[in-house]
Design a protein around this ligand. Structure first.
Ligand SMILES: [Zn+2]
Length: 428
């Protein structure tokens, strides 16, 4: 999922004119080349196949931590495009390589990772059969991010059909665990432990959306499950003993009163509350799941610190309010999500190229903050961006998710993604 907030581009450093001109020239040359026209024609000719592949992949469910079946299918699709070294890594990311002309071998050979995520937010057993109504295709997960996977396959076919050879090896990848509970586990592994971790020169993650969009900053998030525990008992017989419900409620009220900065946008939420055994029992345990997010690292750390300080205060207040003769209120706090804050500089090569390409194509780039796979490389100072893969989709993360097929517009937007990949890969 990529939740966008607008407009951080203007705040960052201007592009160095000489270098930008170099990329401007390269972008114009690429877009004006006969090979590029062939690649474009191939993308257009492939449109129905892209749609058919979206339907095929959507109908293979891919819940968090259960992406293996869809991953295996996508691996077969990558192999069918003739990629080398088809691999499923230890975390479940599936990828293959389009070999470049560049030099270097083993650990010193750079790669450019072009990826979309395999997982959806929907649990196993969700009806993922695609329904069509006119040019509308409806199914949970069809947009985010299933619609991007076949676009990557079409990029490979277009690159090959036009006879382009990249300078840098391009690794096309379906990654796992991008959505909430997965906590970016696929890309975290890719950059943290995986066999490619030291070789990745550039990284693009594709998410649904149009081609003008460049996500260049990532909001961070911290998520916790908190459980308050107590002795529990009968609502009548044990009345007067401490009750975890009140500790939980007190913590929630204190949390809800926290003030947070508007800029960078900083937010918090209690999303799930659960616990108890019956209406006439004082519960043994009550839990809540909370989410805190910010575009600033200091602000996120500050809101987390306040939240963590509330918990013992709420416990102490309940232990002071009622009898602890049969036991005290305690609590456990378990991290369930940690997405780092990060951004790529406007003068980073990958940004200069993505911007130059859009300018050369007569498209005004839009910049924004999101929460996506690029958060991981950004937090490490690596060159990464998240781009729209082409389709306009609606209702992400809802059962009513749909994609509107609009061939000329969709192809035009995919072309921007393909051209960006070619420019960054130094394809000739
Ligand atoms: Zn997504």
């Amino acid at each position: 999922m990529l939740a966008m907030a607008a407009g951080v581009g203007g705040l960052l450093a201007p592009i160095a004119p000489a270098v930008a001109q170099g990329y401007d020239m390269q972008a114009r040359t690429l877009l004006g080349s006969a090979k590029f026209k062939q690649a474009k024609a191939r993308l257009d000719a492939d449109y129905d196949r892209i749609i058919a592949d979206i339907v095929t992949l959507t109908e293979v469910e891919a819940p968090p931590f259960k992406e293996a079946t869809r991953g295996a299918l996508f691996g077969r699709m990558l192999a069918a495009e003739g990629l080398a070294d088809i691999t499923t890594d230890a975390e479940g990311n599936v990828y293959g390589t389009l070999k470049g002309s560049g030099t270097g071998s083993g650990a010193t050979r750079p790669v450019f990772v072009v990826t979309a995520h395999l997982d959806t937010v929907f649990p196993a057993g969700t009806n993922v059969k695609v329904k069509r109504a006119g040019n509308k295709l409806m199914a949970p997960g069809i947009g985010d991010d299933t619609s991007s996977l076949p676009v990557l396959l079409a990029f490979i076919r277009a690159i090959k059909a036009a006879g382009f050879t990249p300078a840098t090896d391009i690794v096309f990848m379906g990654n796992v665990g991008e959505e909430g509970p997965g906590d970016l586990r696929g890309v975290r592994y890719l950059f943290g432990k995986g066999p490619l971790k030291d070789r990745i020169k550039y990284f693009i993650s594709f998410e649904p959306g149009r081609g003008d969009r460049i996500t260049n900053a990532g909001a961070g998030s911290k998520r916790y499950k908190v459980t308050f525990t107590g002795p529990g008992g009968h609502s009548m017989g044990n009345f007067g003993i401490v009750n975890p419900s009140y500790a939980l409620a007190d913590a929630m009220v204190r949390f809800g009163r926290m003030t947070v900065p508007a800029t960078p946008k900083t937010v918090y939420n209690v999303g799930i509350v659960e616990g108890g055994t019956s209406v006439n029992s004082i519960p043994f345990a009550m839990s809540m799941m909370v989410d805190m997010r910010s575009g600033g690292k200091a602000e996120l750390d500050a809101v987390e610190k306040q939240f963590l300080a509330i918990l013992p205060a709420a416990v102490d207040a309940e232990n002071a309010a009622r009898s602890t003769a049969s036991g005290k209120i305690g609590y456990t706090v378990t991290p369930i999500g940690d997405r780092p804050v990060g951004a790529v500089a406007m003068d980073a090569d990958i940004m200069r190229m993505a911007v130059a390409l859009r300018k050369a194509a007569g498209v005004t780039p839009t910049f924004g903050t999101g929460s996506s796979d690029s958060n991981i490389p950004w937090s490490m100072g690596r060159e990464a961006i998240t781009l729209g893969s082409g389709f306009e989709t609606q209702g992400a993360h809802s059962l009513d998710e749909y994609l509107v097929s609009d061939r000329p517009r969709d192809v035009e937007n995919m072309v921007l993604g393909l051209a960006t990949v070619l420019l960054i890969a130094g394809a000739k």
